[in-house]
Design a protein around this ligand. Structure first.
Ligand code: FES
Length: 155
């Protein structure tokens, strides 16, 4: 931990953070309620933020743009030190993790698109045979014929 005392310019009001990040004050309050950013209170009850909160808010905005849920952001923030700006190494780790998420999402969208292409011009929308409605062909792997007959009690 640093012995350096914070200068007044290291401590920001919620208005300062909003002005520097372009994020609405209400959103900052929401992020704080979600535990993504933290503040201290002045004697008068006003919020004050450490300068490194600006970087956290930026990371939240990147996540928002990428469609990464706030719960995911909270998970990566758990691994960040609370008392300093996330650095290049932190960001590399976070962005690699999110790149993996985007890649998985891209593959899922491609798979869904492929299934949907088979539906074009069909129109059956059959619970039994449409790959979109029954993507895993729930009973197909166990052969043909009925398999959902009720069990009868043994005598
Ligand atoms: S609508 Fe017929 S296969 Fe999907």
């Amino acid at each position: 931990m640093s012995d350096k005392k914070p200068s007044p310019t290291d401590i920001l009001s919620v208005g300062d953070v909003a002005a520097r990040t372009g994020v609405a004050v209400s959103a900052l309050h929401f992020y704080e309620r979600q535990g993504l950013i933290a503040s201290v209170r002045t004697a008068g009850g006003q919020r004050r933020y450490a300068r490194h909160v600006l970087r956290r808010v930026s990371v939240i905005q990147v996540a928002k743009r990428m469609g990464i849920p706030l719960a995911e952001v909270a998970e990566v923030f758990e691994d960040l030190p609370a008392d300093r700006m996330p650095g290049k190494t932190d960001w590399r780790r976070i962005s690699e993790r999110w790149r993996g998420k985007l890649e998985a999402r891209r593959k899922e969208i491609e798979r869904m698109e492929s299934e949907l292409v088979e539906c074009i011009g069909c129109g059956c929308v059959s619970l039994r045979s449409c790959r979109v409605l029954n993507p895993d062909d729930a009973l197909g792997s166990s052969g043909s014929g009925p398999r959902l007959l009720p069990e009868f009690p043994s005598e």
